[in-house]
Ligand binder design. Structure first.
Ligand code: C2E
Ligand code: MG
Ligand code: MG
Length: 445
């Protein structure tokens, strides 16, 4: 195999030194392509060279003018050096800026590279480090350590250097290994959080939320393992399991003669961006004999960032099958209002942060979002309702449905079914009644 020239380290350090300015915070990101040798063996050196050229082109296109240094520094490694905006003393801010910028680099590689008539997916990891004292050699060494850790974690991983990097990484590697086992051994289950009608408080649907009961650690919250599942690609099998489990449960409830409500399922960017998502969904619905109208998929705004056209097509297919589409955590992400106009979306879920800020500006924005959703003929759901005041606010601003701890926490399937059945039997007559019912339920819970 032809070796791709690596620049001698002394030369690199020399250059790095000349770019660093004393007293300025500078970040160094090292990006490493995965399976590059394998790719050269499989598709030939020319394909490998084309991939490197394209990766470098994308980095330069996105970063030139912004970064102080962009270079290929190894056979399949790239370096980016830039000054940070954060203050020299703010530790946390630095780490999150390094992390965010590393993810921007990875996002440049999501689109496969075309070479030799093939679309080649490019996987990479990033290690990052920061310096305030302009010491090139230690910056370089720390970024290398972070990159080694990122490589060990696998494709799509970002590691920011810290002195206790070893411990943190070992912990993440263990969690990732456990997550793989959890997928194979089925350690997940679903809980269902009721969605209620904004006026009557009656259950109109539910959101299925995944739970991981780790044999040793106990419950691992989704906020901890979903990002890892997304970075490692494990979200695809996990997401399929969630879809199947929801359909199996709906069939089971139907078989038992239970009242059915629509169930919303969180679907990750990686799932929806795979070309056959709509087909997989159709197959699962058919396999379990579930009417598509009982399902809603929840996507987040970040799903719309890349391959927007393909995502739109998939959403349209889902809608034409009868599956509803919801935009989750709306208002805190990246989607522009112009994208929203043309999106096949039925439901907007107003992010719960709008209810927490509770200042006048947040209130104005929240009510404008509800209005916007309605003008676009969308259904608007308020998330994270915890107090009667928030309920009242959303009701007064004509939000359609609500979800939050005030009404119910996420419940195991059997308990959700019991609550739903009881409510169907004892439908409350007025709002005051409804409030009483929920408060009693909270006390019981
Ligand atoms: P999400 O889709 O926005 O789900 C709502 C989250 O808010 C849930 O957290 C829920 O328990 C929580 N929540 C509901 N009402 C309240 C409230 O009144 N106050 C507060 N503070 N929180 C409330 P959970 O179950 O921890 O899930 C967190 C996130 O993990 C979800 O946010 C979703 O993004 C992701 N997730 C959960 N299940 C799945 C899944 O099956 N697949 C995928 N891809 N992501 C999932
Ligand atoms: Mg959701
Ligand atoms: Mg949400």
């Amino acid at each position: 195999m032809r070796e791709h020239a690596a620049v001698p380290e002394a030369e690199l350090l020399q250059h790095l030194r000349s770019c660093l300015r004393v007293g300025r915070l500078a970040g160094l990101w090292l990006l490493d392509l995965h399976h590059f040798r394998l790719l050269c063996h499989g598709l030939g050196d020319d394909a490998g060279a084309a991939v490197l050229t394209e990766v470098e082109r994308r980095l330069r296109c996105a970063l030139t003018g912004r970064s102080r240094w962009i270079a290929r520094v190894g056979a399949d490694e790239f370096a980016v050096l830039d000054e940070l905006t954060g203050s020299v003393t703010e530790q946390d801010g630095r780490a999150s800026e390094l992390d965010a910028r590393a993810r921007e680099l990875l996002a440049l590689l999501v689109e496969p590279v075309q070479a030799q008539g093939e679309w080649i997916p490019v996987d990479a990891s990033v290690g990052a480090a920061v310096t305030a004292d302009g010491h090139a050699a230690s910056l370089w060494a720390q970024a290398q350590t972070a990159l080694a850790a990122a490589r060990a974690l696998g494709a799509g991983q970002v590691v920011v250097y810290s002195p206790d990097i070893g411990r943190g990484i070992q912990e993440r590697i263990r969690l990732l290994r456990d997550l793989r086992r959890a997928v194979a051994q089925g350690e997940f289950y679903l809980e269902y959080q009721p969605r209620v009608h904004a006026w009557s408080g009656r259950i109109t649907g539910a959101e299925a939320l995944i739970r991981w009961l780790h044999p040793r650690r106990g419950m691992v919250p989704p906020g901890e393992f979903i990002p890892m599942a997304e970075e490692s690609g494990l979200i695809v099998p996990i997401g399929q399991w969630v879809l199947r489990e929801v359909c199996r449960q709906l069939r089971e409830w139907q078989r038992q003669g239970m009242p059915l409500v629509r169930v919303a399922v969180n679907v990750s960017r990686l799932q929806i961006q795979s070309s056959d998502f709509a087909r997989t969904m159709q197959q699962i619905l058919e396999e379990y004999g579930v009417d598509p109208h009982w399902l809603e998929v929840e996507i987040t705004e970040s799903t719309l960032l890349l391959r927007a056209e393909a995502v739109r097509e998939t959403l349209q297919k889902l809608q034409s099958m009868g599956v509803r589409v919801a935009l989750d955590d709306f208002g805190i992400g990246y989607s522009t209002l112009s994208t929203l106009c043309h999106l096949p979306v039925n439901t907007l879920k107003l992010d719960r942060s709008f209810l927490q800020w509770a200042d006048d500006a947040a209130v104005q924005v929240a009510s404008a979002i509800i209005e916007l959703g309605h003008r676009l003929r969308m259904w608007v759901v308020g998330e994270g309702v915890e107090t009667a005041r928030q309920w009242q606010f959303l009701r007064d601003h004509r939000c359609d449905e609500l979800q939050g701890f005030l009404f119910s926490r996420p419940l195991p399937a059997a308990e959700f079914a019991r609550v739903l059945a009881a409510e169907t039997l004892h439908a409350p007559a007025s709002w005051a009644d409804v409030e009483g019912v929920w408060q009693a339920r909270e006390r019981q819970g």
